[in-house]
Design a protein around this ligand. Structure first.
Ligand code: NZQ
Ligand code: ZN
Length: 411
């Protein structure tokens, strides 16, 4: 188990009706004016925004509004938000939505004290500063990205077709209001993409280069088992409160770092190489209509099939703990199988199960289903190289040629 430092500053208010407590929670924290950031209209249609604004009014918290954060949010809206927060004298940025609204809010909060263009922070041309940075709060409406407690924010710049992450402890929200009933209105595709993203957050950490850390590995596998149990229930019955609630909390645990502690390859680093996220982010950079979780459903199993030989024992333990797959079971009827073949069969059966789970929820299997073709791969690799350098990966270093083969295997 490797060393780590972990600080989780977020206050969670979780449960039925929690959304109506947003104003009093912010007032209790001492805030007087919130910039309310939301997406492209779901929170208006569902009445969630009204409930939040009413609770702010009741608690005497003034507010300004900024709607329009699209999935794979764009830096243009962040710039508008920085200007609005300054003009209105806001002392907190309150996102009402999912990862896209929350990441926009995080970027605005970091941008307020910075004199230059906020995109510089994402390009690492300027350092984030704590002084003058606004705190972030959120009302979560879709469990998926885990941004409600994560240290990350991911923003896209359409002009240069780049999607960049910025990780800093300053990003962790101070308050997360999590009301599972708000997620009853999610379309099945978004529910499924969210669950896939959570699984990916757990698996990116699990399939890193560090050896077993039983306490953390069991948290990871337990979370995935819970998602496998609960996800079909909400696809069947979108108003299954208990399943919605379990998925919502799993999404937070998947990405608040608890599922990777002690597994960081370097001291205080996040566990895992995040190869599938790197491959997926290029898909949405070029095709913003590609939902993050759907892209992951395609590239993650392909990455696994490409690299598993670097640590077969990780896939064997995951297969055993999540799916009950044992190498001997797989080769029961095959008396000629060598141990190596038995291991390979068990690993590949595990990866097949992972992919089958994503597909069973309605996620795609191929790049073609996302509207991405062989002719697009050069452009994906070009921005991947700009973003990450000539090689990516932790478990196995991957050149751009390796990444090309992975993309090609998903066509
Ligand atoms: O825009 P609106 O109209 O609000 O609709 C949204 C959007 O179309 C809709 N939706 C949300 N809540 C709803 C709802 N529809 C009906 N009922 C509700 N209750 O769902 C769609 C997706 O919303 P979005 O916020 O884009 O989803 P998600 O939470 O998956 O966020 C995706 C973004 O987060 C980034 C992704 O790259 C992507 O840009 N990520 C952020 C991370 C982080 N900050 O830690 C980590 C992740 O790995 C990820 O990269
Ligand atoms: Zn993700």
């Amino acid at each position: 188990m490797n060393d780590f430092t972990y600080q989780a500053p977020t206050k969670f208010v979780f449960g039925r009706g929690a959304v109506d407590e947003t104003g009093s929670e912010l007032a209790e924290l001492g805030y007087e004016c919130a910039l309310v950031v939301y997406g492209r209209g779901s929170v208006v249609r569902t009445g969630t925004l009204d409930r939040v604004l009413t609770s702010l009014d009741k608690a005497g918290v003034r507010h300004a509004q900024l709607g329009g954060a699209r999935p794979n949010p764009e830096v243009g809206l962040v710039r508008d938000g920085v200007a609005a927060a300054r003009a209105d004298g806001c002392d907190v940025v309150l996102a009402v939505g999912g990862g896209s609204a929350i990441d926009t809010a995080k970027a605005i909060a970091l941008g307020v004290p910075y004199g230059g263009d906020v995109w510089d922070l994402y390009m690492k041309k300027a350092q984030v500063v704590a002084e003058g940075k606004l705190p972030v709060a959120c009302v979560l409406t879709i469990p998926a990205a885990g941004s409600e407690a994560s240290a990350s924010s991911v923003i896209q710049n359409d002009e240069v077709a780049l999607k960049r992450g910025l990780s800093t402890e300053l990003n962790r929200p101070q308050l997360a209001v999590m009301d599972p009933e708000l997620t009853f209105t999610l379309p099945p595709y978004q529910t499924a993409a969210g669950v896939t993203d959570m699984c990916a957050h757990i698996m990116e950490r699990y399939f890193g280069s560090t050896g077993p850390v039983p306490v953390t590995d069991q948290i990871a596998c337990g979370l995935v088992r819970s998602l496998i149990e609960c996800a079909p229930r909400v696809i069947e019955d979108p108003e299954d409160y208990d399943a919605r609630a379990n998925i919502m909390w799993a999404g937070t645990q998947a990405h608040n770092d608890i599922a990777g502690l002690g597994r960081g390859a370097k001291p205080n680093s996040r566990a895992g190489g995040w190869e599938s996220h790197a491959l997926d982010h290029e898909l949405s950079a070029h095709f913003p209509q590609v939902t993050h979780g759907a892209g992951l459903a395609v590239v993650m199993p392909a990455w696994m099939r490409y690299v598993w030989r670097s640590a077969p024992e990780r896939w064997l333990s995951f297969g055993r703990d999540v799916f009950g797959i044992e190498p001997v079971d797989v080769v029961e009827d095959c008396i000629d199988a060598t141990p190596e073949e038995a291991i390979e069969d068990a690993v590949l059966a595990t990866i097949d199960e992972i992919q089958a789970f994503f597909c069973s929820l309605g996620m795609p299997r191929t790049l073609g289903e996302l509207g991405v073709g062989a002719g697009d791969i050069d452009a994906l690799l070009e921005t991947l190289r700009q973003n990450k350098g000539a090689e990516i990966g932790e478990l196995q270093r991957l050149t751009m040629d390796d990444c090309r083969r992975i993309y090609e295997s998903c066509l």
